[in-house]
Ligand binder design. Structure first.
Ligand code: GRF
Length: 196
């Protein structure tokens, strides 16, 4: 299986995914794509020997469909079987998602269905939750929705700040996403559970 990975920032999840696809793993990364040439993850991907590309979303202003048309065509050139959103911070329209539905995954830093959207760690702290974590799900047109393929749970500690909690969750993201991708690539949809 060929896997394209979409990033916006540092790409730590991308690195974990790329490094997991070795040996008898049924998948290999075929492209790392960003929505900005300044995405720090592009240099990391190149250092890992990855083909990289970027489509800057800014020239398209509010025209999401036009941006996504270019993005889609570039991704198609890599002929992926699976697309992994990994710290990809652009909302994708139904038009784009429908072209990849059933073959596109995303990692979100909360125990969905709790805390869709942004600032998930601060919201979990604000709510006084005893646990927090991350979720990998199939991407559907509804934001941070879609069938859950795996979750990792961490305790929230007394003096946690959003940054400290985010770091604890991110560490689990790096375990969860590769585990889910391997199962997904093998056609196994049994949810991965870590820390439950
Ligand atoms: C992190 O906040 C992570 O929780 C979320 O995207 C952000 C950046 O991740 N998935 P990465 O280091 O770019 O993978």
């Amino acid at each position: 299986k060929r896997v394209a990975i979409l990033i916006s920032g540092g790409g730590s999840n991308m690195v974990s995914l790329v490094e997991s696809m070795t040996g008898d793993h049924p998948a290999r990364a075929c492209l790392v794509m960003a929505n900005s040439e300044n995405a720090g993850g592009l240099a990391k991907a190149s250092a890992l020997g990855m083909d990289t590309d970027f489509v800057d979303h800014r020239p398209f202003k509010g025209d999401r469909a036009a941006f996504e048309e270019v993005l889609h065509d570039r991704i198609l050139q890599a002929q992926p079987d699976i697309v992994c959103l990994a710290g990809f911070m652009r909302v994708l329209t139904e038009g784009f998602v429908s072209k990849w539905q059933g073959r596109m995954l995303n990692i979100h830093p909360s125990l969905l269905p709790k805390y869709r959207g942004l600032h998930t760690h601060a919201r979990a702290l604000e709510a006084g939750d005893a646990y927090h974590g991350c979720t990998v799900h199939e991407v559907t047109p509804e934001l941070d929705d879609g069938p859950i393929l795996g979750q990792a749970r961490v305790p929230v500690l007394e003096d946690d700040t959003p940054e400290v909690l985010a770091a604890r969750v991110l560490e689990q993201e790096h375990k969860l996403y590769p585990a889910v991708l391997r199962r997904f690539a093998e056609g196994d949809r049994t949810p991965v559970k870590i820390g439950f």
